[in-house]
Design a binder for this molecule. Structure first.
Ligand SMILES: Cc1cc2nc3c(=O)[nH]c(=O)nc-3n(C[C@H](O)[C@H](O)[C@H](O)COP(=O)(O)OP(=O)(O)OC[C@H]3O[C@@H](n4cnc5c(N)ncnc54)[C@H](O)[C@@H]3O)c2cc1C
Length: 428
């Protein structure tokens, strides 16, 4: 079933990476942005539209990072600590602000795409999250009730006896539906952003890795293999790809590999049974699994955490296929046509972070749920650089901490993820 699997994101098949024009690296700009994913491009758009000169430096091709490789699944991405955990850490008022702002991420992106006229196929059909143990169903119910009380989140519980309306999988003990979540085509969204950033006058420089940033009296000097650029302000938007030149940020994020597979076309009757409402899907396992129909409704795109940090397509495809067949055993004989992966960034406090560190602006640490978050944070970061009041967020100054001795190499993660895999299997 894996013999013909190609190592290329499914999304790139109908949104191939665009041709690139050779660009000269400018001698100076007002704002230099490192990383041309959703964060960097949204930041660039705000700043360039204010009439400020901008260059976006990108190590790889356009869409090299996670932004064109993700599942395109969008929700508010509530903090893993839950409301009680957030209240204990940040107090009642700050927690309410964080929750309220998080609820707004999806609406923000929806409005942005409509206003910009970006045709990324965004559909808000909701998300079904299945409970793999009866206890998980009770936990989901408690979480839904507390979110509804805190911020009126729209959703409802689906008991096991009724779940055929939501999913053809027999694996679940019921689940929860979040009605305002949705899915889009991430590479089309990225292409739309690149076009708008170019039109706004910003320069995007693919294949131009930033190797060093030196402080100068009037700002910074950015060094790449192609030359040097002077910049008054610098924004680091590298998320899971944050490397050595940004050591202070690198030691604050944990890069993890997330991988996906795309099946061959599936019998339409089965598709209709598996995903009758065309929602996006997930379940309650620790290892994180997310799945959805392809935008044409013919295939299943199934994703999850890879155990290793290096890209191991064959191993990732085999592991994801096993997970998928646990949910949909009928897919045992369906070939897997594509496998791909990318890096996401976790943080030690499970929160995304935005702000300024040692003079450099940054937004990162979306903990695997970054499509809406990076768009919103990128916009806020642009306003922060411009000194606008709109740049203020409830996530400012949360305290972006590292751990002693951690320098950015998460050598312990494979062992931790293997433990999560075992714990899922034994229901621990
Ligand atoms: C397989 C997968 C599935 C996912 N699924 C979902 C999902 O369904 N829903 C969701 O909300 N989120 C999902 N995510 C997460 C989401 O894609 C990311 O959080 C989001 O794209 C982060 O955007 P970004 O712009 O911050 O980072 P990226 O898009 O990763 O961009 C960072 C860029 O920085 C560049 N860079 C790094 N160092 C340098 C340097 N020194 N010089 C120049 N450039 C540099 C990199 O090349 C990269 O292109 C998924 C991620 C992956 C990998």
């Amino acid at each position: 079933m894996l013999s013909k699997t190609r190592n290329i994101p499914y999304w790139w098949l109908d949104a191939p990476r665009p041709p690139e024009q050779p660009q000269d690296q400018p001698a100076s700009v007002d704002v230099a942005i490192v990383g041309a994913g959703f964060t960097g491009l949204n930041t660039a758009l705000v700043v360039a539209r204010a009439g400020v000169s901008v260059a976006v430096f990108e190590s790889g091709q356009l869409g090299e990072g996670a932004s064109t490789r993700n599942g395109g699944m969008i929700g508010p991405s509530f903090h893993k600590l839950g409301i009680d955990g957030l209240r204990a850490k940040y107090g009642l008022d700050r927690t309410n602000d964080i929750i309220r702002e998080s609820i707004g991420f999806v609406d923000y992106l929806d409005t942005f795409l409509k206003t910009e006229g970006i045709a990324a196929g965004f559909e808000r059909n909701g998300r079904f999250r299945g409970a793999l143990r009866p206890k998980h169903y009770d936990d989901m119910q408690r979480q839904l009730e507390s979110l509804q009380k805190a911020c009126g989140l729209e959703g409802f519980m689906v008991p096991q006896k009724d779940q055929a309306v939501e999913t053809g999988s027999q694996r679940f003990f019921g689940g929860v539906v979040y009605t305002t979540d949705g899915g889009l085509h991430p590479a089309k969204y990225h292409d739309g952003l690149v076009a708008r950033v170019n039109k706004a006058g910003a320069l995007i420089l693919p294949h131009t890795p930033v190797e060093n940033i030196d402080r100068a009296a009037w700002g910074y000097v950015i060094s790449t293999p192609k030359g040097k650029t002077r910049a008054t302000h610098v924004a680091i938007c590298t998320n899971g790809y944050t490397t050595r030149p940004f050591a202070g940020l690198r030691r604050r994020v944990l890069p993890l590999r997330s991988a996906m597979i795309a099946t061959a076309p599936i019998d339409p009757t089965l598709m209709c049974r598996f995903m009758p409402k065309n929602r996006i899907y997930g379940d309650s396992r620790r290892m994180v699994a997310y799945y959805r129909p392809s935008p044409d409704g013919k295939r299943i795109l199934f994703g999850g955490r890879a155990t290793g940090i290096r890209d191991e397509p064959t191993r990732n495809a085999a592991q994801l296929r096993t997970s998928m067949i646990e949910i949909y055993p009928e897919l045992r004989d369906v070939p897997i046509e594509n496998v791909w992966s990318g890096l996401v960034a976790y943080t030690f406090d499970h929160a995304p972070h935005i702000g300024q560190r040692e003079g450099l602006y940054y937004a990162m640490g979306y903990c695997g749920s970054g499509v809406a978050r990076s768009s919103y944070f990128g916009n806020k970061l642009g306003h922060k650089i411009l000194g606008n009041a709109e740049g203020v967020t409830a996530f400012d100054d949360l305290g972006f901490d590292s751990k002693p001795l951690y320098t950015g190499n998460p050598w312990f993660m494979p062992a931790l993820l293997t433990w999560h895999r075992i714990a899922d299997r034994w229901g621990l």
